[in-house]
Write a protein that binds this ligand. Structure first.
Ligand code: 3SL
Length: 242
């Protein structure tokens, strides 16, 4: 199967037109996509990503309040009044089983909601790396965009590394002839650092920021490769693995 693939490096680096009719994988290793994956694996009914904090009201009116959790971060920390922040380690089964999560983060949910014109939206991280690659192969669809959420409009090296890992394995370790700049950069990054992914993630700017505010354990957890074998998908505004 020949994939026509490209990589975007931040949540605002693409337009609605860029994603139209494409298969999109949104990547946010630290931490939104790793948190979404964990919440769904631990029994959440579904996750509704919010573009803006104020969007929560649109949903709470129609949902049974006892089954809904409002979750997310600002500057990495739980937003005041929210039930959970954006640490995947908070999303244990006891806390989130059978709950619908309204989720707002700075970059990850922004990238997801900005992708809503895509034909398929998959959620990717190192936690489900092989599952994402297998899903793309199964779809057999040629137009794939890997959207790295980044951080505050900037590139995040851990997201680019994850994109590189996907491309490297989809193309059997051979850079495609028609590779775009984004594909070349992420592929090259993985080629050079792929055998020490954890080391690169640990030394990333965002890992440093997270450790400074007490989330070092999250960085270790989010660097795990293939902890899970499902691929969260967004349909009608809700992300689930069912
Ligand atoms: O911006 C985001 O989506 C977050 O994942 C960032 S943080 O890890 O919560 O700081």
């Amino acid at each position: 199967m020949n994939f026509d693939i490209d990589v975007f490096s931040s949540a605002i680096s693409f337009s609605e037109q860029d994603v139209r009719s494409k298969t999109v994988v949104v990547i946010d290793v630290l931490r939104a996509c790793s948190t979404i994956q964990t919440a769904l694996e631990n029994g959440s009914n579904g996750i509704i990503p919010l573009a803006e904090k104020d969007d929560a009201g649109r949903y709470t009116r129609f949902l049974d309040a006892s089954g809904v959790l409002l979750c997310g971060e600002k500057k990495g920390k739980k937003v005041e009044g929210y039930q959970l922040g954006n640490s995947p380690l908070e999303y244990d089964r006891q806390t989130i089983e059978n709950k619908t999560i309204l989720f707002k983060t700075t970059n990850g949910t922004r990238a997801i909601t900005r992708s809503s014109n895509a034909r398929e939206i998959l959620i990717g991280s190192f936690l489900n790396l092989t599952a994402v690659i297998d899903a793309l192969k199964e779809f057999g669809r040629s137009d794939v965009l890997l959207i790295c959420s980044g951080w505050n409009s900037r590139l995040s090296i851990e997201d680019m590394l994850c994109a590189g890992a996907i491309i490297y394995r989809l193309f059997d370790a051979k850079l495609p002839d028609d590779a775009t700049d984004g594909v070349k950069v992420s592929f090259g990054l993985y080629e050079k650092f792929g055998n020490d992914a954890r080391g690169l993630i640990e030394s990333s700017n965002h890992a440093v920021r997270l450790r400074e505010i007490g989330f070092g354990e999250d960085v270790v957890y989010c660097s795990e490769i293939d902890l899970f074998s499902s691929v969260p998908r967004m349909k009608d505004g809700v992300i689930s693995i069912r």
